[in-house]
Design a binder for this molecule. Structure first.
Ligand code: IPD
Length: 292
């Protein structure tokens, strides 16, 4: 039974009031953690000696490795075995519409270029969402996990349950809370760039607006980690134009459950047109520049 039934002809809207009664949020969070951690182990333990791009997507630099595909297959199999009525939307092509009203939005390796170069900044993001993640602004995240395999950690959250950092063996490391920096001039801000020339020109222009006004900029190379770092207070803010649902879904909930704010164009839900995150003060200051 869908949580919020679609109305023919009417686009779905964000559902802050979605009826969560009867939804096992803790169970969704546990499953997200288990699956993200298992996929994280796979991509580390079975990493080939020389990883190469198996194929490319939007441009020659937008690569898919054999491990992106293997990790997505593993995640797909585990989720469907545990919850056969749910849908799945994955970066590497998984697109299965379920009947339960819950869809798993999956990035098997977020930070693929880092993975390719063996730079230890990549993540596995697994998020259970309600609504339709294919329609910008029409979905919300219920529970999520972002595994950080190089550090053996996993960020995780569920709606109303707070955000946490745990070891991959399940021990709590810390409860997450955003930082307290109160002005943009003192803020360390993450951002990222897409893979096409056109996207990068626009991103470069926007960066010219932001860079002079902040403490500094970081380009970590994994949007999921950028968002989780905001949740942990390791970044004060983050913005990016051009993200896909799988890049942002897991980290979005981790930030909001850590007391931060994440918005998209016009202050609505984050989307490919814009994602801005931060502690409430930095978020507002950053949004005033990138979402005027
Ligand atoms: C990318 C990373 C990167 C961001 C790009 C994403 P991928 O995801 O999250 O940090 O700047 O926009 O596409 O391709 O490594 O899964």
């Amino acid at each position: 039974m869908p949580l919020v039934p679609p109305v023919p002809g009417v686009p779905r809207v964000p559902q802050p009031g979605v009826d969560l009664a009867g939804v096992d949020l803790a169970g969704l969070e546990r499953l997200a953690v288990a699956v993200a951690v298992e996929a994280g182990r796979l991509i580390v333990d079975e990493r080939p000696l020389h990883v190469s791009a198996a194929s490319t997507k939007s441009s020659p630099t937008d690569v898919v490795t054999v491990m992106d595909t293997r990790a997505e297959e593993l995640i797909h199999g585990r989720l469907l075995a545990a919850r056969p009525d749910d849908g799945i939307l994955g970066e590497e092509g998984a697109d299965h519409r379920g009947s339960s009203g819950i869809t798993w939005v999956v990035d098997p390796i977020d930070g693929t270029v880092n993975y390719l170069y063996e730079i230890p900044a990549y993540a596995v993001s697994v998020a259970a969402v309600s609504g339709d993640p294919r329609v910008p602004g029409a979905w919300q995240v219920l529970a999520a996990a972002v595994a950080d395999p190089p550090r053996g950690r996993v960020f995780h959250a569920r709606v109303g349950g707070g955000a946490r950092l745990s070891t991959v063996d399940g021990a709590l490391v810390s409860t997450l809370g955003v930082g307290v920096v109160g002005d943009l001039a003192g803020a360390l801000v993450g951002t990222g760039f897409g893979y096409t020339e056109e996207k990068r020109r626009a991103q470069g222009q926007l960066l010219l607006e932001v860079l002079p006004l902040v403490r500094d900029i970081r380009r970590i190379g994994s949007a999921a980690l950028d968002l989780c770092f905001v949740a942990a207070g390791l970044l004060d803010g983050y913005y990016e134009v051009g993200l896909n649902p799988w890049d942002l879904a897991g980290g979005w909930l981790v930030v909001t459950e850590a007391g931060g704010v994440v918005t998209g164009p016009g202050g609505g839900g984050p989307s490919d047109r814009l994602t801005v995150a931060g502690n409430p003060t930095v978020h507002a200051a950053l949004a005033a520049i990138v979402d005027p």
